[in-house]
Ligand binder design. Structure first.
Ligand SMILES: [Zn+2]
Length: 164
């Protein structure tokens, strides 16, 4: 089995920011990294779930809604994935995400949190979601990172490669 692309990113020095995770078949997967993996606490599940509802709502109602394919959390709970069609850069996504986060900070409730509309409607935490959004917003404004550090992987036969 090949090492899949996102596992060749060096997570030990990954900073919060927005990265192009992969581009395939006209789709760009953006890595919206919210916390430093393994060095800061990951986003709590309930806060991440609320962020998913809010971020998906904003992006799917924005001027780029036609190009939004998917918005969802990473299993490691350190960030979100957004998949877009069309030509968007990390800087484009930074500008959009800043507006999205500003909108979230003004919300008084999480959309679609009824048993009919959500698979785990009690698992929400808007105050903690806003706390994470405020910190991420500050980072996107003042210490933006968008270049991955690739991990060199040593194969069983001693060959070394760095994914590009
Ligand atoms: Zn839900």
């Amino acid at each position: 089995m090949e090492v899949i692309q996102s596992f060749t990113i060096d997570h030990t020095c990954l900073k919060p920011g927005i990265y192009v995770s992969r581009i395939d078949k006209g789709f760009t997967t953006f890595d919206l990294r919210i916390t430093e993996p393994n060095r800061e606490p990951a986003v709590a599940p309930a806060a991440m779930h609320s962020l998913e509802h809010l971020m998906a709502t904003w992006f799917r109602n924005s001027e780029v809604s036609e190009d939004v394919v998917y918005v969802g959390p990473m299993g490691c709970l350190t960030g979100m994935y957004i998949i877009m069609t069309g030509a968007y850069s990390a800087e484009d996504m930074r500008r959009l995400t800043i507006r999205c986060l500003e909108w979230i900070l003004g919300q008084q409730e999480v959309p679609a949190t009824q048993p009919e509309t959500c698979g785990n409607y009690l698992l929400h935490d808007l105050p903690m979601c806003k706390w994470e959004c405020a910190r991420y917003l500050n980072r996107l404004r003042h210490e933006f990172h968008s270049e991955y550090t690739k991990l060199q992987v040593t194969l069983d036969d001693g060959k070394v490669f760095a994914d590009a």
